[in-house]
Design a protein around this ligand. Structure first.
Ligand SMILES: [Cu+2]
Length: 177
């Protein structure tokens, strides 16, 4: 009897250990912050053609710092966040390196999955655009933001199982003489 009760109690403990808690919440609050002093994990330069970013498409880890750097270019460039990939419209309240310059050192640290799309304003019509995909990229279209599909990674199972085991253990202990 005591052995069974002990086993059941152990089961209860394990049920709780295996319970939700661990299922990490997907953080929807992705940020891109200008960080002049951060170390560069990736560097975007000006392609030899002089009117393209290189690389124009970049995938980085969550938390990475991307630096847009060029020196004494023949033409002035800048980095302006755009509202959508392929678009050349500046995003409202988006990041920007400011006025176009022949020499630039613009550093941004990205936190959270997102797509950071940008354009060089003086060469927008030459399609001088780029994208930084952070982590998994944009989690969902803007329309679905907020209603992030709460996955059913079985948090429903562990708790009831623990309760049943606990009750069984209590009953056995109660009957014990
Ligand atoms: Cu440019």
């Amino acid at each position: 009897m005591r052995l069974i009760a002990t086993m059941l109690c152990t089961l209860v403990v394990f049920s709780f250990l295996a319970a939700p808690g661990m299922s990490e919440e997907t953080d929807s609050s992705a940020t891109a912050v200008v960080t002049p002093d951060a170390e560069c994990d990736h560097v975007v330069r000006i392609a030899p053609s002089g009117i393209k970013f290189s690389p124009a498409s970049l995938t980085v880890d969550d938390g990475a710092t991307v630096c847009w750097q060029w020196t004494d270019e023949s033409m002035a460039h800048n980095v302006v966040e755009t509202a959508e990939e392929g678009g050349i419209e500046a995003a409202e309240g988006g990041l920007t390196s400011g006025e176009a310059n022949e020499t630039e050192d613009f550093r941004v640290t990205f936190t959270g999955d997102q797509d950071f799309t940008y354009v060089c304003e003086p060469h927008a019509t030459s399609d001088m655009v780029g994208i930084v995909t952070v982590g998994e990229g944009d989690p969902a279209p803007a329309s679905e933001a907020g209603s992030s599909s709460s996955s059913e990674d079985a948090p429903g199972f562990a708790a009831p199982a623990a309760v049943v085991a606990l009750m069984a253990a209590a009953m056995i202990l109660a009957r014990r003489d």
